[in-house]
Write a protein that binds this ligand. Structure first.
Ligand code: G3D
Length: 191
């Protein structure tokens, strides 16, 4: 699939600057997705208290990337930064089933716990949520349907605008489709 710069630019070629917050556990594939989307990006490490953020600037889009994790104070700061964002992208490693949903909650290192906790925050209320089920090219990757069920997405995302998109940062498959959904949602919200 050709993920050309012009295609992405066409999708986000509307008038206003966009701010998108991309989050996920470490190694989910956030940086790889950004590298695929905008190979000529400008990366800046944003100094924050307690954790690092990276910003990718691409045309009129600023992607702020955050590795969830760390202590609660750092998390609260991260959630506050979600506010005022046009959209949120949550990246999941579909091949790492062991970190998808642990048997005990409060393990501090699984997608389900982090996502559920995040969705309870008021800062996360309004922005459309795109979930990238990444690494679909890997043999052990689970389907979006499996993830949906395991993470109880229908329940925790009830009442909000959300979508799960299978993708691979390696091949680029699915990335564009996810962005298209986001673009529609951002436009719809502005009406
Ligand atoms: P992060 O930014 O979320 O922490 P990275 O994650 O983008 O650094 O990716 C972590 C590792 O997963 C990298 O491998 C990267 O190449 C790999 N990866 C990311 N996305 C995909 C994908 O869609 N498919 C496959 N097969 N691998 C992917 P390394 O070996 O560099 O740690």
């Amino acid at each position: 699939m050709g993920l050309t710069v012009s295609k992405i630019w066409r999708i986000f070629g509307m008038l206003r600057q966009k701010n998108i917050f991309m989050m996920g556990l470490d190694a989910a594939g956030k940086t790889s997705i950004m590298n695929k989307l905008s190979p000529s990006k400008y990366i800046q490490t944003v100094p924050t208290i307690g954790f690092y953020l990276e910003e990718f600037h691409f045309r009129r889009i600023t992607f702020t990337i955050w590795d969830i994790g760390g202590n609660l104070r750092a998390k609260r700061l991260g959630y506050r930064l979600c506010k005022e964002k046009d959209a949120i992208i949550f990246v999941i490693d579909s091949a790492d089933i062991s970190r998808l949903a642990c048997t005990t909650m409060e393990c501090g290192d699984c997608v389900k716990e982090e996502l559920h906790f995040f969705l309870q925050q008021k800062e996360a209320e309004n922005a459309p949520l795109l979930i990238y089920a990444n690494k679909q090219d890997l043999k052990g990757a689970v389907s979006p349907e499996y993830i949906l069920e395991k993470l109880e997405l229908d329940r925790v995302c009830a009442g909000r605008s959300w979508y799960i998109q299978p993708c691979s940062a390696l091949t680029g498959d699915g990335l564009l489709e996810g962005l298209k959904w986001l673009e529609n949602e951002i436009a719809r919200k502005r009406k």
